[in-house]
Design a protein around this ligand. Structure first.
Ligand SMILES: Nc1nc2c(c(=O)[nH]1)N[C@H]1C(S)=C(S)[C@@H](COP(=O)(O)O)O[C@H]1N2
Ligand SMILES: [Mo]
Length: 253
């Protein structure tokens, strides 16, 4: 009930709507009847404001002295596929990142090509839902630049990150919407803490989408697919953990 109503609210005002519309939304929530029906009070107002106004805000960045002395490896630490292991043994020289789906120009880029493109470096805090956090430094290609190369078609709404690893045969994947795709801190990282990304942390390439929780930070990214609908991918909920353990697709913090 609450969720449906909230969806309706958000749907009707639209993500990215300005403060005028938000003020209208506040008025709706301020009416005692609506508040009683929703049974949520200020929580809804705050969450709605966050969704409407803050999608472009930056995650906090830290200084080198804040970096955690150790950064845990979590989830899969080495994809078991033979193809991946052969690439890892050759330091990914013949590996290609595929960009396809709803794009004008499908791409297949080598790690060298990706590393030759402009980079962004950021020191951020990774928050895992299992209850640990770590601050690390990530260097990689802003996803926006990859999109500039591939040219998403007008129908594209989400980017899906297909990974090399699996859990019991179910491939790991994640997805984000275009707001996060174009967020300035969204990068495909090939470097971590001033070194090449290790296999444990997702070599050769892992997503960093800094406003979101740990499970969205897909490691071992092999392919970025632009889609119009997440229902067609995996079991349809937008990610491995979303499909298998009811994790929220929107893990923005
Ligand atoms: N491909 C892939 N990506 C993944 C995972 C995984 O198992 N496989 N685990 C996720 C989870 S739950 C977390 S907390 C982080 C862990 O990243 P780390 O190993 O660099 O700490 O990766 C996320 N991305
Ligand atoms: Mo996690």
């Amino acid at each position: 009930m609450t969720i449906l109503t909230r969806r309706k609210l958000i749907g009707s005002i639209g993500v990215g709507a300005g403060s005028l519309l938000l003020a209208g939304c506040d008025r709706i929530v301020a009416s005692p009847t609506v508040r009683q029906v929703l049974g949520v009070g200020e929580g809804l107002t705050r969450r709605t404001q966050r969704l409407v106004t803050d999608r472009h805000a930056l995650a906090r960045e830290f200084s080198p002295s804040d970096m955690s002395p150790s950064f845990r490896v979590n989830g899969n630490s080495m994809p078991t596929s033979e193809a991946y292991q052969a690439h890892a043994a050759q330091r990914f020289v013949d590996w290609r990142l595929v960009v396809d789906g709803l794009v004008r120009r499908p791409l297949a880029l080598s790690l060298a090509q990706i590393r030759a493109m402009p980079t962004r470096t950021q020191i951020t805090r990774h928050d895992c839902v299992e209850g640990w956090s770590a601050i690390g430094k990530w260097t990689g290609l802003p996803l926006k630049l990859l999109m500039d190369g591939a040219g998403p078609l007008p129908a594209a709404r989400y980017a899906v990150f297909h990974c090399a690893d699996d859990f019991d045969g179910e491939p790991y994947y994640e997805s984000i919407d275009l707001i996060d795709v174009y967020h300035p801190q969204t990068i495909l990282a090939w470097g971590m803490n001033d070194e090449l990304l290790s296999v444990g942390h997702g070599a050769p390439l892992r997503l960093r989408v800094e406003r979101q929780l740990g499970y969205k930070q897909a490691k071992y990214v092999m392919r970025v697919e632009l889609v119009d609908d997440l229902a067609k991918v995996g079991s349809g909920k937008g990610g491995y953990w979303e499909d298998s353990a009811d994790y929220q697709w929107y893990a923005g913090i």
